[in-house]
Design a protein around this ligand. Structure first.
Ligand code: DC
Length: 235
C-alpha cells in the first residue's frame, strides 16, 4: 500500500515541529522530527568531547552512535544507544553542533535511511531541511515553511524569556542568520525550496491559521482520512 507522505522543510525557528505535530494529530499521521535525529548524534559527540569541525573524528564516533526512534502514545522518542535522550537535545549547543555535523555525508546517509524506512511503513508528516529534495522526493505534499528572520528571532526570544532565561534579541537574530546560512549553503543536501513545494510564510500567521493552511493544502493534494484501525502497530 502506498503511504501518504507530507514533507515539511524550512529554516530553524519557522515553527515546523509545532505545526507538523499538530497536523499529524489532526489528520492521523505519524510525525517524524528528523532534526531530533541529527541532534541525538550531536549529543553523542558533545558527550564524547569530539569537536564537530573535525570530520574524521566525527565520522569515527558516529560509527558507535546508534540512533533509533520509538513512539509512545504517538509521541516520537529519540533513542541513542538504548537511552531515551528526547529531553536532552533541545539546547542551543546541541542545535549548533547538529547544524555543523549534518554537513557530513556519512552522517546524513545513516539518518536518511532510517527516515525513509519510517515513511515506507506509515503515513507520515516529516520535517527537516532536505525532506522534499532528498529524503522523500515522491511525497504527495511538499511544504516550505518559513518566516522572516526578525519574526523567528522574536518568537525564540519570547520562548526563552518565558523559561526564565537571560537572552539578547540581537544575538538570537545573528545566530539564526548564521544557522540559516550554514543550512542553505552546505555542499550536501542544503535547505532549498523545491519547485513543487507550496510556500507557507508564517510571519503574519498564528499557529491555528498555519495548521489550517497545511490541512487545506493536504486535502487539495488528495489526502483523505484512512479508516479507523488502518494505522501501523507502533503508532
Ligand atoms: O530542525 P532542528 O533545529 O532540530 O535541526 C537541527 C539541525 O539539524 C539543523 O540546523 C540542520 C540539521 N538537519 C538537517 O541537516 N537535515 C534535516 N532533515 C533536519 C535537520
Amino acid at each position: 500500500m502506498q503511504h501518504f507522505n507530507i514533507a515539511v522543510d524550512g529554516p530553524a525557528g519557522a515553527g515546523k515541529s509545532t505545526i507538523a505535530r499538530a497536523v499529524a494529530s489532526r489528520l492521523g499521521l505519524i510525525y517524524v522530527d528528523t532534526g531530533a535525529m541529527y541532534r541525538a548524534m550531536a549529543l553523542y559527540l558533545l558527550r564524547e568531547k569530539v569537536l564537530p569541525s573535525q570530520e574524521a573524528g566525527v565520522l569515527a564516533a558516529c560509527e558507535k552512535a546508534r540512533v533509533t526512534i520509538r513512539y509512545e502514545d504517538g509521541i516520537q522518542k529519540v533513542i541513542l544507544n538504548g537511552e531515551d535522550v528526547s529531553g536532552l537535545i533541545r539546547t542551543e549547543e546541541v542545535g549548533e553542533t547538529a547544524s555543523i555535523i549534518s554537513g557530513y555525508v556519512p552522517v546524513r546517509e545513516k539518518l536518511v535511511e532510517l527516515q525513509r524506512q519510517l515513511a515506507r511503513d506509515a503515513d507520515v508528516i516529516m520535517d527537516g531541511r532536505d525532506i522534499a529534495s532528498c529524503v522523500l522526493p515522491d511525497a504527495q505534499v511538499k511544504i516550505y515553511l518559513t518566516a522572516s528572520v526578525r519574526v523567528r528571532a522574536e518568537r525564540r526570544f519570547k520562548e526563552l524569556k518565558e523559561r526564565g532565561g537571560d537572552c539578547d534579541l540581537a544575538k538570537i537574530e545573528k545566530d539564526i542568520q548564521e544557522r540559516d546560512y550554514r543550512d542553505m549553503h552546505r555542499e550536501h543536501s542544503p535547505l532549498i525550496q523545491v519547485k513543487e513545494a507550496v510556500l507557507v510564510d508564517t510571519s503574519d500567521l498564528d499557529i491555528p491559521q498555519t495548521i489550517g493552511r497545511i490541512i487545506t493544502i493536504a486535502r487539495e493534494h488528495g489526502f483523505t482520512p484512512r479508516e479507523e484501525g488502518e494505522g501501523p502497530d507502533w503508532k
